[in-house]
Design a binder for this molecule. Structure first.
Ligand code: HEC
Ligand code: HEC
Length: 391
């Protein structure tokens, strides 16, 4: 708790769902759960400098909805065979990543991509590694719930009524849906399952890592961490990191909050593949190209948020890098050389590689300092927060 007490005042915002006013309460610590003033209202308890995230008009926050969403997020009954929940691939102890190279669905299918962490996901302006389409958590959720290639939770037209019925047969869900979605005749619907889980995910906001504490002046980082920080933010040497991993979440593209969107969603090719010398990436993992079909979008992925990155190994969209050291080294080398094998090629000369990558210059000491800095981004408090974990 000393850590929380050392942080400056937090911003508190009242999001009233039904016109009620309400006292936002006294100064809470960073690890205190948001303090709802009533079941139909919501109070944001936010880290310093964070405005409330954007909330869709048709899914206002309220405390019972968030609690319901939390239960659903951890409920394996939402999968085809009762084996997997959202949390099965997004575990709180790993900052809501899963520790696997690529994710594994309820029926055992491998996902082509690595599962990202979800802390501060409410601020992502686009969702997933390389998909410009989903702009809200509600839209994104159609993929894990209903996607058939790969199967994640495996809900489909044949089983969706039966799975909904599992929730309807539960002792407490029906009443919870009724209070979370007042004035609806039949609130226990898939649309509302999605809305509740999205509301819960919007509350996964935290920024109390050692990096945040040092920014607030509460602690000092070690010398090597400070050197890494100076490199990262471009005040020393030539690392370029902040050019792509910028904003309050150190990456993740634009930061979308009620006080405005900063930056444009960024997708970059960092030279991981160059199959046959054509610049190609492996099928199904060709980045933005998968949705746009534009040649110049080959291999372009979102620069992920680096918050909690020490916990979310393995790395990259396909989980192909095991350590932070190796990721920093391949950025510094201007890409990755692969071969022999089906993906053989010199990624460093990928024609679609972002020009910034070639401007990165890092000595061995610089790389080690950068890794030390990346390790300061771990937010221990968020991993065990009662309001984030399984109910
Ligand atoms: C089989 C494992 C698996 C399950 C189950 C799963 N996810 Fe995911 N999740 C992933 C993977 C993999 C990605 C990256 C997908 C991509 O980029 O194509 C992802 C991406 C996301 C993202 C985007 C994060 C970002 O930073 O852009 C959100 C949000 C999310 N999942 C929420 C959920 C929710 C909510 C559920 C339950 C309804 C769920 N996931 C179930 C594996 C899973
Ligand atoms: C040109 C933009 C760009 C620059 C500059 C850049 N990165 Fe990245 N970085 C990316 C992209 C894009 C990815 C994901 C690539 C993929 O998976 O295909 C990434 C991935 C990473 C990852 C893996 C994160 C994860 O969750 O898998 C780390 C760590 C990382 N970068 C650190 C750094 C550091 C440190 C620097 C500065 C030395 C840096 N990056 C500079 C674009 C950039």
């Amino acid at each position: 708790m000393a850590r929380a007490a050392a942080l400056p005042c937090l911003a508190i915002w009242l999001a009233s769902a039904c016109g009620g006013g309400g006292d936002a309460g006294s100064d809470p610590g960073a690890t205190a759960p948001p303090a709802p003033v009533g079941p139909t209202q919501w109070v944001w308890v936010l880290p310093a400098g964070f405005a409330p995230p954007v909330v869709p008009a048709d899914n206002p926050m309220n405390a019972t909805k968030v609690q319901l969403g939390r239960q659903l997020f951890y409920d394996t009954r939402l999968s085809v065979n009762n084996t997997l929940a959202c949390a099965g691939c997004h575990a709180p102890s790993l900052a809501f990543a899963d520790g696997r190279t690529v994710a594994r669905g309820a029926t055992g299918q491998s996902h082509p991509r690595n599962a990202p962490g979800l802390i501060n996901v409410a601020y992502q302006a686009t969702l997933d590694w390389a998909n410009p389409a989903p702009r809200t958590l509600e839209q994104q959720m159609h993929t894990p719930l209903f996607g058939q290639s790969p199967i994640e939770l495996g809900v489909n037209d044949a089983n969706r009524d039966a799975i909904r019925q599992r929730l309807a047969d539960d002792a407490s869900y029906p009443a919870q849906f009724t209070s979370a979605f007042p004035n609806e005749a039949e609130p226990l619907q898939w649309d509302n399952v999605i809305k509740a889980i999205a509301a819960f995910q919007r509350t996964l906001i935290s920024a109390s890592s050692r990096y945040d504490q040092a920014r607030a002046g509460a602690i000092s980082l070690a010398d090597n961490e400070q050197r890494g920080q100076a490199l990262f933010f471009g005040t020393r040497g030539s690392a370029q990191c902040v050019q792509c991993h910028g904003g309050p979440n150190l990456g993740g593209g634009a930061f979308a909050s009620t006080s405005g969107t900063t930056g444009a969603p960024g997708f970059y090719n960092i030279g991981l593949f160059n199959i046959g010398g054509t610049g190609a990436y492996p099928a199904r993992n060709r980045g933005l190209f998968e949705t746009t079909g534009l040649p110049q979008d080959m291999g372009k992925f979102r620069a992920p948020s680096l918050r909690n990155v020490a916990l979310t190994a393995p790395y990259l969209h396909d989980g192909s890098a095991d350590t932070l050291e190796s990721v920093v080294a391949l950025h510094a080398a201007g890409g990755r050389v692969l071969g022999p094998g089906p993906y053989a090629g010199d990624g460093r000369s990928n024609p679609f590689k972002d020009p910034l990558i070639d401007q990165i210059r890092l000595s061995a000491q610089d790389q080690s300092d950068l890794v030390a800095f990346l390790r300061t981004l771990t937010d221990e408090a968020a991993l065990t927060r009662a309001d984030f974990s399984a109910p």
